[in-house]
Ligand binder design. Structure first.
Ligand SMILES: [Cu+2]
Length: 151
């Protein structure tokens, strides 16, 4: 009984020690995450993109692998959309996506004249097709662009 009690106390002590030990780590991790976010924001590559019937400008967006990218997208003439592939052309569409978006989505509605900020880290090189995801007229199916992540 004594041995069991001793073990129980030992386990509780370990758990307490563990939680105490892990507490200082949590704030520091939060701080370092904030710092890297701040650094990321400071170093994000900002690219302005416009959307209108039936094209994006620029139609090809080039970024460097590893870059944090902030697209500022604006629809000029009516509502459009932008859906960006998570995987590069030719890659198997499973596992880690090649683009890591800060929002859990890869498809945005673009209201006319409202700037939409789309932010991601370009993790894997390749060509990522993007296209309009809101029906906008006869040419909608051809409203496409490319995001090219280069080594
Ligand atoms: Cu469209």
């Amino acid at each position: 009984m004594k041995a069991v009690l001793g073990t129980t106390i030992g386990v509780v002590a370990l758990l307490l020690a563990g939680s105490v030990a892990s507490q200082p780590q949590n704030p520091s991790r939060a701080i370092s995450a904030q710092d890297s976010a701040a650094v990321g924001q400071a170093t994000a590559k900002v690219i302005e993109v416009t959307a209108r019937k039936y094209e994006y400008a620029p139609s090809e967006i080039h970024v460097k692998k590893g870059a944090r990218v902030r697209l500022k997208v604006r629809a000029l003439d009516r509502t459009h959309g932008m859906k960006i592939n998570l995987y590069p052309e030719g890659a198997a569409e499973d596992g880690q996506p090649g683009l890591r978006f800060t929002e859990p989505q890869n498809n945005w509605k673009l209201e006319k004249n409202q700037e939409r900020v789309i932010e991601f880290v370009a993790e894997r090189e390749g060509t990522y097709p993007l296209k309009c995801s809101v029906f906008c007229g006869l040419g909608h199916g051809g409203m496409k662009g490319k995001l090219v992540v280069e080594e």
